[in-house]
Write a protein that binds this ligand. Structure first.
Ligand SMILES: Cc1ncc(COP(=O)(O)O)c(C=O)c1O
Length: 394
């Protein structure tokens, strides 16, 4: 029997609502972000799937899932952040006003960008997004992946004309390497995590993720979630969604639960071992959830999550496998979602919390009752197809 571990830490460091922390997600910015995304070629909202049969079986009111495998045929949500952050850099160079940030305006100045190079470190999904946008806008992209990254993920980046390399470092050291190369070569670092002195680009990336919430609010205004489970690597996605929910929606705030692999629990450890200050998990960060294999939290992400998240959870890889299988083999009446390791962990977790007696105390701790309405984000499709088929069909 595979290891099945789930640990949950309630956040007792929550602070009073601090408007300054949430200023970056004010409603005007939220509107600008969706307007920009709508201007991208091929934009359409990703489906919101109502798993009503599974909700019924698990004894809750609703289980809703945004299926990000369908985002621009890129198999993951990451393009929302990368596209907005790149547009902000290029728009700034063109002196475009805040309301002029639309894709065609930037594209029309394309020849100006042929010597512009973006560089990033990535588990795969963010790098593919940077490569896709750079190619579309006539820029160059250099992408570094951590050691042991899958060849399929490397190839998925190269297909958009980027130069991509698998390094000998773990994720965090790959980020440091990308930063060093950016300084040396005068490339633009487009990193989806923040540290002291590097905040502008990661703020724009978090703002890009607001579109997940904006779409949700227009797709399902009637069912208001009581719980939102958010998977985290460095925490930018979770922080972006939380911040946008806080400022866009006036209703009761849902409980936000941050979920990480037990092999790379940098936010969990920051909260448990370091009083909410960033804690670096060192070493190889062993987990099948490649997108969440990050040893150091985003400074901005942690600040937001610490202030308002309800709980931090870390769990074993078994939970992600469980989620992938359930998404891929739905109950009759529910829709199928193709979900990769990092995308499916929150469904696997909800399933265990609600169906496994071993975890009933955690279900109670999180106040998940018959009336619970749970929202999840399946953040990627089968981004490593071989591993996907091995897990879901073996
Ligand atoms: C599929 C997927 N889900 C979730 C995440 C987590 O995002 P963040 O690192 O912003 O916490 C990532 C990050 O790469 C990812 O690729």
């Amino acid at each position: 029997m595979e290891n099945l571990n789930i640990s949950c830490l309630l956040n007792n460091l929550q602070t009073n609502y601090d408007p300054e922390i949430f200023d970056f997600s004010n409603i005007k910015i939220v509107e600008k972000v969706i307007k920009f995304h709508q201007s991208l070629p091929g934009y359409k909202p990703t489906p919101l799937v109502n798993l009503s049969c599974l909700a019924n079986k698990l004894g809750i009111s609703h289980l809703l899932v945004k299926d990000e495998s369908q985002r621009f045929n890129l198999n993951a949500f990451k393009i929302l952040g990368a596209s907005y952050a790149i547009a902000k850099v290029l728009g700034n160079r063109l002196n475009l006003g805040e309301d002029e940030l639309i894709f065609d305006k930037i594209l029309s100045a394309q020849p100006e960008f042929q010597n512009t190079t973006f560089v990033t470190a990535t588990d795969g999904n963010h790098g593919r997004a940077v490569a896709w946008v750079s190619e579309k806008l006539g820029c160059k992209a250099i992408v570094y992946l951590p050691k042991n990254s899958s060849p399929a993920r490397l190839q998925a980046i190269k297909q958009f004309g980027a130069k991509a390399f698998i390094t000998n470092f773990n994720y965090d050291d790959t980020v440091i390497y990308a930063e060093k190369m950016a300084k040396q070569k005068k490339w633009i670092l487009l990193q989806d995590t923040s540290w002291d002195g590097y905040e502008k680009v990661p703020t724009h990336i978090m703002q890009g993720y607001f579109t997940l919430v904006t779409e949700f609010l227009s797709q399902e205004p009637k069912i208001w979630p009581t719980h939102i489970f958010l998977q985290a690597g460095v925490g930018s996605l979770a922080a972006g969604v939380l911040a946008c929910m806080y400022t866009s929606a006036q209703k009761n705030k849902p409980k936000f639960i941050v979920v990480e692999p037990e092999g790379a629990p940098c936010l969990y450890n920051s909260m448990e071992l370091n009083e909410g200050r960033p804690y670096r998990v060192k070493g190889d960060l062993p987990t099948i959830m490649a997108g969440l294999a990050c040893g150091e939290p985003s400074r901005l992400g942690l600040r937001i999550l610490k202030s308002r998240a309800t709980a931090f959870i870390k769990c074993s890889d078994h939970v992600a496998r469980q989620g992938m299988k359930i998404f891929g083999n739905p109950l009759p009446g529910d829709g199928t979602i193709i979900s990769g390791e990092s995308g499916a962990v929150t469904l696997g977790l909800v399933y265990e919390l609600l169906s496994n007696k071993r975890f009933k105390h955690l279900k109670d701790k999180l106040d998940i009752t018959r009336d619970a309405k749970i929202l999840l984000f399946s953040t990627e499709g089968a981004t490593d197809p071989e591993a996907y088929y091995e897990i879901v069909w073996s």
